[in-house]
Design a protein around this ligand. Structure first.
Ligand code: AR6
Length: 190
């Protein structure tokens, strides 16, 4: 995929790339899911299609056993036919929800924090590809989304527990406009 931005923090490479998330050769791809893990639209549908039936089946099994997810929670399934090993599903907040905007921002920050923590502690992932969680159907303005995801990423890599396995953190979007906002957010924070 097309690389817009790359920076190194310690021994971790952070990048912003244009392309289809489902084609990334990484340990884990992140899904912007809903609470029911019903992958019917957006990047979730792209992942579900690219991976094959296994993704929705494992998701349904999980919800049947453990119930729906809460906002910011993370879980994983296999990746089916995709080149990655795992899909980490998380649920971002909706912009037009009951809470105030600061709550929405905190929930988005928390969602990515939990994903990164899950990737390293549960999956020992060295590479991860992340979409613009909540910035599509869930309506969070892309500037707000980028601000929170960048903050969560930088905070995570800086406070990096010695046992952090991640070395390659990629933000991948099919939409170049969105990538430009992420590049600006990283450039302004590094
Ligand atoms: N690769 C990379 N980025 C993509 C791809 C792709 N193949 N497809 C879409 N995007 P969204 P949300 C970008 O709506 O706002 C689903 O129905 C897209 O341009 O997928 O968290 C779920 O099941 C956008 O910037 O996620 C939930 O019900 C970003 O992915 C709901 O949508 C996220 O957009 C979640 O909505």
């Amino acid at each position: 995929s097309d690389r817009h931005f790359e920076a190194t923090v310690g021994d971790i490479t952070i990048s912003v790339q244009e392309g289809d998330l489902t084609q990334e050769r990484v340990d884990a791809v992140v899904n912007a899911a809903n609470k029911r893990l019903d992958h019917a639209g957006g990047v979730a549908l792209a992942i579900s299609r690219a991976g094959g039936r296994k993704i929705q089946e494992e998701s349904d099994e999980y919800v049947k056993k453990s119930g729906t997810l809460t906002i910011g929670q993370a879980m994983h399934t296999g990746a089916g036919k995709m080149p990655c090993k795992y899909v980490i599903h998380t649920v971002g907040p909706k912009w037009h929800s009951h809470g105030d905007k600061d709550t929405v921002k905190a929930q988005l920050y928390e969602a990515l924090h939990n994903v990164l923590y899950y990737a390293t502690s549960r999956l020992k992932a060295t590479s991860i590809a992340i979409p613009a969680i909540s910035a599509g159907i869930y309506g969070v303005p892309v500037e707000v989304c980028a601000e929170q995801l960048v903050l969560a990423t930088l905070k995570f890599v800086h406070s990096s527990p010695g046992n952090n396995t991640l070395r390659d953190i990629r933000f991948v979007n099919i939409d170049g406009q969105i990538n430009r906002v992420f590049v600006r957010a990283f450039s302004g924070s590094l």
